[in-house]
Design a protein around this ligand. Structure first.
Ligand SMILES: [Fe+2]
Ligand SMILES: [Fe+2]
Length: 262
């Protein structure tokens, strides 16, 4: 399939797909860490190995292949290696949550965020092929979220973390995704070109601002709030209502440009 000129000259699509391809391709680094943490849990280990890992790696491959086809002058492997050198130490077990329930909960946050980012990108993309790719990615992230939520419920039945400690975990993780994972992935993107890119390059700040605008336009705030709120639900309305309001606030705060009308 030939590349649409509108896609090839669109810097935002390049940066989005490249960050997606880097973060998703690096998932095996996490699997070994999670395997260490959940070493006793056979069911979880099988799921990580047979479902989660292949699906995430495939997400990375789809984005990477698209980039190779549309921006062949971008040196993906060299740029990925530069990203991984900085990112890999952050996947170490010492940076994981102190408990199996809370680690599963923080994975719920990441899966929700990625599902929502892909939903927004699906709406934004100007061509059918990219819309379909983003649709596939977001529905699989929702599947991952469901599994991690089930895992959280299972472990929390024993660990019994209260709403405050769950909230703290979720807020901490949600800041990490924006500030760290995507920032690390963005860093090498302007440095590895065989010939000048077919668009005007963007700075991290400009990319963040544009992402914010696109999220503001397309973010399914309701769906995101529902997913983030689920693991916090206690069943008593006087407790759940303020927590749900807080989650909605948090979803909007993810992208500073998401105003009150979103
Ligand atoms: Fe993924
Ligand atoms: Fe995922």
């Amino acid at each position: 399939m030939a590349a649409e000129p509108s896609v090839r000259s669109n810097a935002f699509i390049f940066y989005s797909l490249a960050t997606v391809s880097f973060i998703e391709t690096s998932v095996p680094e996490f699997v070994s860490t999670l395997n260490q943490m959940y070493g006793e849990d056979d069911e979880m280990r099988v799921w990580l190995q047979e479902t989660w890992l292949p699906e995430e790696v495939e997400h990375g491959r789809l984005a990477k292949d698209y980039i190779a086809r549309v921006w062949p002058e971008f040196e993906w492997q060299a740029a990925y290696d530069a990203f991984l050198a900085r990112y890999k130490p952050r996947c170490d077990v010492q940076y994981m949550r102190p408990s199996l329930a809370l680690e599963a909960l923080s994975r719920c946050v990441t899966e929700t965020q990625t599902a929502m980012i892909y939903r927004c990108l699906e709406s934004y993309m100007p061509v059918e092929e990219l819309k379909q790719m983003m649709h596939k990615l977001s529905s699989e992230e929702v599947g991952h979220y469901r599994y991690f939520r089930k895992t959280f419920d299972r472990y929390n039945a024993v660990e019994q973390h209260g709403v405050i400690s769950r909230l703290r975990t979720m807020v901490a993780r949600s800041e990490l995704v924006r500030d760290e994972d995507i920032a690390f992935a963005f860093e090498p993107l302007n440095n590895f070109w065989r010939s000048p890119p077919p668009f005007e390059t963007m700075t991290w700040e400009a990319f963040l601002e544009m992402s914010g605008d696109i999220m503001k336009r397309y973010m399914p705030v309701e769906a995101a709030t529902r997913m983030m709120f689920k693991p916090l639900e206690t069943g008593s309305w006087w407790r759940d209502r303020p927590v749900k309001a807080l989650m909605s606030f948090m979803v909007k705060r993810q992208y500073p440009q998401l105003g009150s009308e979103a």
